[in-house]
Design a protein around this ligand. Sequence first.
Ligand code: KIV
Length: 269
Amino acid sequence: MANDKKKLTVNDIKNKKIKGEPIVMMTAYDALFAKIFDDYADIILVGDSLNMSFHLKKETISATMEMMLYHTKAVCAGAKSSFILADMPFGSYSDERSALKNAMKFFKLTDVDAVKIEGGMKNVAIIKRLCEEGISVMGHIGLMPQFSKFEGGFKIKGRDETEAKRLMDEAKAIEQAGAFAILLEGTINSVAKQISDSVSVPVIGIGSGADVDGQVLVWSDMLGFFEDFKPKFAKRYLNGAELVRQSVQTYANEVKNRIFPSEEFSYKG
Ligand code: KIV
């Protein structure tokens, strides 16, 4: 497909909410897939989910700056017309100084357009500081995988009124601090809707229902390459692993039975 798509700016992304146009976001971790997704995604996220879905770790916490920079460079090489967002890994933004130093690394060493950080109130000063330096930030609240060890697992959020109110306060605080959008993960639909209705920046949901301003899925979940577990919200658009398995099995059989390479795939003198 010819790609005549224009890369969105932060303002274009904000305007999508005003115009009621859903924002399409998905993750990518490498150049090859990023190049394919580029024709369809508004935003490509180099998520620290790559620690689980690409490196097969049990959590995102051990993802490092080095890994995130490596994968972000690869995605930027493949995707030329999508807005590229990179996750700041656990421990890389624990105070304003380290947040600025590490966010700067993404901007100096890759072609990233913005960074994403997990956490609400605790990040207000950090988001303000990054924005003052010209770094666009997406906040991430609700279920926050970087807190999964602390919380004893991946817990759905907004189940009671106190938690719903806390999420609402966090969303408003992040917006006030200058975040251009909010990622809301694993949150009860009705709470997600209230949050999206109450802030002027786009709320992009994952496992948070349809009443938000956009959706994000992890590519290896939606294309069926990550088989270790399947979250309820992760619709599978392809049985990727199964298709690859069948093709590789055919290749192996053809090599063993001297079917491949046939004349068609050989150079003749
Ligand atoms: O790391 C990631 O891929 C994420 C998902 C919630 C989209 O943050």
